[in-house]
Design a protein around this ligand. Structure first.
Ligand SMILES: Cc1cc2nc3c(=O)[nH]c(=O)nc-3n(C[C@H](O)[C@H](O)[C@H](O)COP(=O)(O)OP(=O)(O)OC[C@H]3O[C@@H](n4cnc5c(N)ncnc54)[C@H](O)[C@@H]3O)c2cc1C
Length: 140
């Protein structure tokens, strides 16, 4: 495809997939990318759902490429620092480190969906506003 043809993209849904796709296309030279998102904002929080993402080595292929893994680490719980607390009926607690760490794998990061989507959106705001427009509060 001719480079000048790489324009006019519409992506329905501004979750991790939609914003990640928009960023990948922009980095590959696409322009005039519009993301349509029915939620009111990137960091919209739904108290009835408990969404925590684990950004492991696979997910970090994207975040390393976008150079935002460090930002994710700064607002996440790393898999190397993951504890389980058992609270007994008498109020005493037992804290154990979960034995789920494989030292041969990259440290994974746990963070709420709203924080992850906000970080992707912030990347768009900081570097790709000329190529990507995200429309919130817009149902397709
Ligand atoms: C209850 C629940 C718990 C989960 N817990 C975990 C977990 O703990 N860890 C984990 O890694 N994964 C979890 N998942 C899976 C995770 O949510 C998905 O893998 C991930 O969100 C997929 O990202 P996505 O961007 O493809 O889709 P979504 O996150 O669903 O994003 C799609 C976006 O599209 C928007 N949209 C949809 N239709 C339209 C439309 N017609 N017009 C405009 N916008 C639209 C939505 O508002 C949404 O923002 C959970 C899923 C559910 C349902």
């Amino acid at each position: 495809m001719n480079h000048s043809d790489k324009k006019n993209v519409v992506i329905i849904g501004g979750g991790p997939t939609g914003l990640g796709t928009a960023l990948m296309l922009a980095k590959r030279g696409w322009k005039e990318i519009t993301v349509i998102e029915k939620r009111p904002s990137a960091d919209y929080y739904e108290p009835d759902k408990s969404f925590s993402y684990q950004i492991d080595g696979r997910g970090q292929k994207l975040t390393d490429w976008l150079n935002i893994t460090g930002k994710i680490a700064s607002v996440s719980v790393p898999s190397t620092d993951f504890y389980l607390t058992v609270i007994n009926a008498d109020g005493t607690r037992k804290i154990t480190k979960l034995p789920i760490i494989d030292p041969d794998r990259k440290t994974a990061y746990w963070l709420p969906r709203s924080s992850f989507v906000q970080l992707l959106y912030q990347e768009i705001q900081d570097h790709w506003q000329d190529k990507i427009e995200v429309l919130f509060d817009t149902d397709c």
